[in-house]
Design a protein around this ligand. Structure first.
Ligand code: HEM
Length: 517
């Protein structure tokens, strides 16, 4: 008995001694991470590194990183977390150009990204590399051409905004009711993309889709995985412990989004089969039909799981990003009435009743509306829909600023922190100033380098929907500003919610007033 107690004491003493030694050797970083010459480390807790402070700051993650870039007076630094790979963070446009373009082959999304996102994104375009990514990009890019933009997409956006006007904004203007603008934008972009991408009328503007809640919950879970190790064990336990509760577990949310995608695929397969039976060639040219007809290099067509992944990847691309950007835009318009007045003046100048009723003309006219573009670009500078991103180094590398990267390191860049960096945008970086996008010389629109303004990513993986998103956002902004004045609801506080996209914690509560016709 005594000897067993002695053994226990000796073991405890040994563990304590080793821990104390390691804590002495790694006082400010994760265990077994050595300092690297020329690379600034964000000081953290002994052995655990930056994990505790990251978890503590998860709700304000990108502000937390911004503060450290400023405090350390650098554009590049490293964080370490126990059980997680090294992460080298950078906002330096030269480094970002190197990662996303000049040494594109040197960095992949990698297994860590795949682990965090696989449930939601599977092997879709966001989550894949190499040939699989190339095939998906090539197939999808076929819908993004000017003719579609002018003849089809603009009408879809106009129709959906008309629906939102009729069913939501007009009614709220009469009743004085407080409505959640953020939620309405998510429904608007969801319905618009479902129609132009998959040829279905979801009508979630009329009734919120259950699918959308599950989609949001899965995104939130995926973001937490980026920061918190072991979150899956917690979620699995929660699933079994609260199986009968009304709140869905992550597993149940996953079932909801899967069923949504399966139904879309089933319906389309039936339509295609019916067309074949009737001896007519299916004429559908939307994303879903194009992916159904596509084959891999080995000649195999995409199976239902591949198609499910395609649907979810494009919904995340087409719905959330643009909805977040629109919501942040209207938040800024409400904070800065003088900016809202200038947008309205431009609308008055360019969008007559005839233009409003003719989508092809509206499409052309929008291309010349400099101030409204400037407002949207400025919003994406300060509130980029994808606030941060990461890749894994597949071999050793040296960045243009001299930082040494080792194979297996994770590298991360943050459009959010870039936009707020005085080193990059000057002393007024944190101010909302659409004028910075307008040339003082000739009043034309100034386009910043995509490595400095990386809201749409850059290089070979630049956002495929960039022009679509800009068109969609401008149609929505211009028609809504033409028709209404928006006010933030009294007492409502806007706070960032970090999903994979930059969301709002309690939405954007507003009241609406109709402008005189
Ligand atoms: C304001 C709106 C939008 C913003 C800020 C935005 C931003 C981005 C960013 C940062 C990426 C890179 C993501 C990554 O590599 O992990 C991306 C990729 C992508 N975006 Fe967008 N996006 C927007 C709207 C859209 C829309 C409406 C579509 C419509 C289909 C779209 C389609 C895509 C696709 C397919 C990719 C993957 C490209 C690839 O990996 O080759 N995006 N977007």
């Amino acid at each position: 008995m005594n000897s067993r107690a002695d053994m226990t004491s000796i073991s405890a003493l040994t563990v304590a001694t080793i821990t104390a030694f390691l804590a002495w050797k790694y006082p400010d970083r994760a265990v077994f991470r050595e300092h690297r010459l020329g690379l600034i480390d964000l000081e953290g807790t002994p052995l655990l590194g930056n994990l505790p402070s990251m978890v503590q700051n998860i709700d304000r993650f990108y502000d937390y990183l911004t503060e450290h870039y400023e405090r350390l007076n650098t554009l590049t630094f490293r964080t370490t977390r126990i059980f997680m790979p090294n992460m080298i963070h950078t906002t330096d446009p030269k480094n970002i150009e190197h990662i996303l373009k000049n040494n594109f082959e040197g960095y992949i999304k990698g297994p860590s990204f795949d682990y965090m996102m696989h449930e939601l994104l599977g092997k879709g375009i966001f989550n894949s590399d190499g040939d699989r990514w190339k095939m998906q990009r090539k197939t999808a890019s076929r819908i993004f051409h000017v003719k579609n933009f002018r003849d089809q997409f603009t009408s879809v956006f106009v129709n959906e905004i008309n629906l939102a006007s009729r069913e939501i904004f007009d009614k709220a203007a009469v009743s004085g009711e407080i409505i959640d603008f953020h939620d309405i934008m998510l429904r608007f972009t969801m319905d618009s993309f479902a129609e132009l991408g998959f040829g279905v009328a979801l009508n979630s503007l009329l009734k919120r889709a259950e699918f959308a809640d599950s989609f949001d919950a899965l995104q939130s879970h995926a973001f937490n995985r980026f920061v918190v190790p072991g979150i899956d064990a917690y979620e699995t336990a929660k699933h079994y412990l609260t199986y009968w509760s009304k709140t869905k577990s992550i597993k149940q949310h996953l079932e909801t989004v899967d069923v949504f995608a399966e139904n879309l695929i089933k319906q389309r397969r039936q339509e295609e089969a019916a067309a074949k039976l009737a001896g007519v060639e299916s004429e559908k040219q939307d994303l879903l039909s194009r992916f159904m007809r596509e084959t891999y290099a080995n000649g195999e067509t995409l199976d239902d799981v591949d198609l499910r992944d395609t649907i979810l990847n494009f919904i995340i691309a087409g719905r959330d990003t643009t909805a977040q950007a629109l919501t942040w835009t209207f938040y800024q318009l409400m904070l800065y009435p003088e900016v809202q007045a200038k947008v309205y003046a431009e609308v008055e100048q360019f969008i007559s009743k005839e233009v409003e009723a003719d989508p092809a003309r509206l499409y052309s006219v929008i291309q010349n509306m400099v101030y409204s573009h400037a407002v949207f670009f400025e919003v994406l500078r300060l509130y980029p829909s994808v606030p941060g991103n990461q890749k894994e180094a597949v071999k050793d590398d040296v960045w243009p600023d001299g930082t040494r990267i080792l194979k297996g390191d994770y590298v991360s860049w943050q459009p959010y922190c870039q936009g707020r960096s005085t080193k990059i945008w000057g002393v007024d970086a944190k101010e909302f100033k659409p004028e910075r996008w307008i040339s003082e010389e000739d009043g034309s629109l100034v386009r910043a380098s995509p490595f400095q303004w990386s809201a749409f990513n850059a290089g070979p993986r630049v956002c495929l929907g960039q022009n679509l998103a800009i068109l969609e956002a401008l149609v929505a902004i211009l028609l809504m500003v033409k028709r209404y004045k928006f006010q933030q609801a009294p007492g409502h506080k806007v706070e960032i919610l970090n999903l994979i996209t930059l969301s709002m914690k309690d939405g954007l509560k507003i009241t609406v007033e109709k402008r005189e016709p």
